[in-house]
Design a protein around this ligand. Sequence first.
Ligand code: ACO
Length: 214
Amino acid sequence: MLEYVIVPKSRFSDVIDHLRVSFPDEPLNAAVGLALHGIPCPLLEHHELKTLEDGMSLMAVDRNMEKIAGVALNGVSNKGDTEKSIEETNAIENLQYRRIFGLLNDVNMELDLFSKYNVDKIFDIRILSVDSNYRGKGIAKDLFMHSEAIARKNGFKLMKTDATSLFTQRVAESQGFWVEKSVNYHDYMDENGKKIYDTQPPHLDYKVMAKLLD
Ligand code: ACO
């Protein structure tokens, strides 16, 4: 039996522990090798903690064990944040980090959902992760559903997600999100003609997906 609750400050470190083990399977990370299973990745964890501090992230907890079965790290993205993130990312030396966040920043900059939908803030489902022992049971779908309730309660008009995994794309589609932009990972080559994002099937595209709330 799972319970879906906003992550309290007292559980931030448990969420980080969960992500250290479960999130390295994310297709873009697996292709680039930023975070490795079980090993702290300070750059990624800084990003995760900043999102947790927005106070809208959710965890699915197994009540019997208090174990974290899955999380949705939801943050507030404000107009101008992508520009700031581009500057910050350019100043970071770590190539793997720059490759992942460089792609996300470029695609979001080009899309500019703030102007397109005339909003100043967006409810951003940034990180979705389910413990490997709990996958394939609809927990990601439930995390999306409960996240939408939080977005509505807080008056957001637009939700978005950087769906880097086909599975997240399926979840988002089932919850009424549409594709704002899709890019094929294998179209990106380095100067030697080598794929920059050699993601494994079935994860061939990165899609920015969005949903308007009325
Ligand atoms: N093989 C085939 N399809 C799968 C698989 C699988 N191994 N796992 C999930 N799916 C499909 C499901 O069938 C379902 O699609 P459907 O409705 O068309 O049947 C959809 O994906 C979602 O299924 P859920 O059971 O709700 O997903 P789950 O709870 O297993 O969590 C998640 C999915 C979060 C992607 C999990 O696999 C995970 O943690 N992966 C590692 C981290 C990651 O990739 N996170 C997402 C990155 S994108 C982002 O963070 C915004």
